[in-house]
Design a binder for this molecule. Structure first.
Ligand code: AMP
Length: 187
């Protein structure tokens, strides 16, 4: 069982690495960005609300996101195989809510993997990715939001002795290997 959070700026490669690890080790991949984009595509009430924020590169309100995570973490596959959280938590209130949820579930975090990539590289990667929410202005805003609201989680998880920093620049396979080593997986 793996119980891990992937932390890092947009474009750090969290999603790419998350897919590799979760497929190989059969762990539920919980990406709040993917859940929100699916809701937008399906035109649900959640999707309509979320789109307003996503289009500006702003964060969707904590209570909405925490509700999504509470429901997802209560499912059977999580009880069996754990979870890899990708893009959550992104604020201190989200991190505190996660602590509470995991305590209730009796499933404490193993590690928080912080994929670190410098700003210049991030902008380059996100522009190359060309997703609809990846225009230069929105990218700049997402980076500012990351710095102000999400980066404080680095200290939060360091203080808990959970944070492991991995350089997100370099060969993709090498980065996957480092993540596997950190999580005590065979590779
Ligand atoms: P991502 O794919 O993780 O970069 O997420 C895309 C967008 O979805 C973000 O820019 C936010 O608008 C929204 N989002 C995803 N996860 C969260 C979260 N944990 N809290 C708030 N908003 C989120």
């Amino acid at each position: 069982m793996i119980k891990v959070v992937f932390l890092g700026p947009p474009g750090a490669g969290k999603g790419t690495q998350a897919v590799r690890i979760t497929e190989k080790y059969n762990v539920p991949h919980i990406s709040t960005g993917d859940i929100l984009r699916a809701a937008v595509r399906e035109g649900t009430e959640l999707g309509k609300v979320a789109k307003e924020y996503m289009d500006k590169g702003e964060l969707v309100p904590d209570e909405i996101i925490i509700g999504i995570i509470r429901e997802r973490l209560s499912q059977e596959d999580v009880k069996r195989n754990g979870f890899l959280l990708d893009g959550f938590p992104r604020t201190l209130p989200q991190a505190e809510a996660l602590d509470k949820l995991l305590e209730e579930l009796g499933m404490p975090l193993d590690k928080v993997i912080y994929l670190n990539v410098d700003d210049e590289e991030i902008v380059k990667r996100l522009l190359a990715r060309g997703r609809v929410d990846d225009t230069e202005e929105i990218i700049r805003n997402r980076l500012r939001v990351y710095r102000e609201q999400t980066a404080p989680l680095i200290d939060y998880y360091t203080a808990k002795g959970l944070l492991v920093e991995i350089n997100g620049v370099g060969d993709i396979n090498e980065i996957t290997k480092k993540i596997e080593e950190t999580l005590g997986l065979n590779g």
